[in-house]
Ligand binder design. Structure first.
Ligand code: FE2
Length: 311
């Protein structure tokens, strides 16, 4: 089986057959071998019955604990994340079994982890894994030697600094020791969303609608439109029905929602919730979806055409 693996921090000459022994004498698995193990496990039915979704924290369980490696399943509801952590000197691999995850590392662009493509890493590797999508995800992880310690970090000026008393002993089958809340703040959710968008200034949005047939979509509630005014020619689709109106496969779609190539430019009052809405459209495959920096207020202040709300 040929694996396409994202290998991170792996020595160039690392060989799958090289025997490296752990503290207890067990032959350790290489990141490449761990990538194979998680792929095989994800493709089996060894995890499906066991996975649980929890809203209060990520759910995880060690499903196999051998002398040289262990295997975990983790579920991720939208917004759940690990925070920056290492793996206590273990090499590891993870594969997304269902859904989409995102990996963050200091000084690097966020990397989307798609299902079926394992990500492998050597010891001394730290990252933050998040579910920034709008759907649950399940991932399979393997570590060698079996996970025993993890250290948590905070991002400080682009560098990772250990959290106070960060090292956590992994109790047998009680991973991540102390439970903690993994919920992201709205600022983190917003910055993750915006990292996925090529946002437009009001002038750029105007030009896109005039010259490239982009669709300007006003997602503000009626009261806000009445108070602030409207953009001439913008389509009004309130936020709570947005996805149903633009998914080309939805029976409730608008006539303009013909395919995934349509460029939808969402705006709200000041350009905050519009970023989340644009990413929701991206999740539906509308890859060109984006929003206006500063929203309606910036559009109006730029002097672009507006009108009083239709009554
Ligand atoms: Fe990790």
């Amino acid at each position: 089986m040929q694996l396409t693996t994202d290998e991170r921090l792996m020595p160039e000459n690392e060989s799958a057959s090289r025997a490296v022994k752990g503290a207890d004498g067990a032959v350790l698995r290489t990141p490449k071998e761990l990538a194979y193990i998680v792929s095989e496990f994800a493709a089996s039915d060894g995890w499906m019955e066991k996975v649980r979704l929890r809203t209060d924290q990520r759910w995880y369980e060690r499903l196999y604990h051998g002398p040289d490696h262990d295997i975990w399943a983790i579920s991720w509801l939208p917004g759940q994340s690990t925070g920056f952590h290492d793996h206590g000197g273990s090499s590891g691999a993870l594969v997304v079994a269902t859904g989409i995850l995102e990996e963050h590392r200091p000084g690097e662009r966020a990397r989307v982890i798609h299902p079926g493509k394992p990500l492998a890493f050597g010891p001394d590797y730290a990252h933050d894994v998040r579910n920034v999508s709008v759907a649950p995800a399940v991932s399979i992880h393997a570590y060698s030697p079996p996970l025993s310690d993890m250290n948590e970090y905070e991002l400080d000026g682009g560098r990772l600094v250990p959290r106070d008393a960060a090292s956590q002993k992994i109790e047998a089958d009680q991973p991540w020791g102390v439970q903690r809340t993994d919920a992201l703040s709205i600022e983190q959710v917003l910055s993750s969303a915006r990292a996925r968008l090529r946002r437009l200034s009001p002038d750029e949005a105007y030009e896109a609608t005039v010259k490239r047939a982009a669709i300007l979509v006003d997602i503000r509630p009626e009261g806000q439109r009445a108070a602030e005014g409207e953009i001439s020619g913008a389509l009004i689709v309130e936020r709570n029905v947005l996805e149903w109106r633009f998914d080309p496969r939805s029976s409730a779609r608008l006539p303009v929602a013909t395919d995934h190539d349509v460029q939808v430019i969402v705006f709200c009052s000041e350009g905050y919730t519009s970023s989340l809405a644009a990413v929701a459209l991206k999740e539906l495959g509308l890859w060109r979806a984006t929003d206006i920096v500063g929203g309606f207020v910036a559009w109006r202040d730029t002097g672009l055409p507006t009108k009083r709300a239709d009554r």
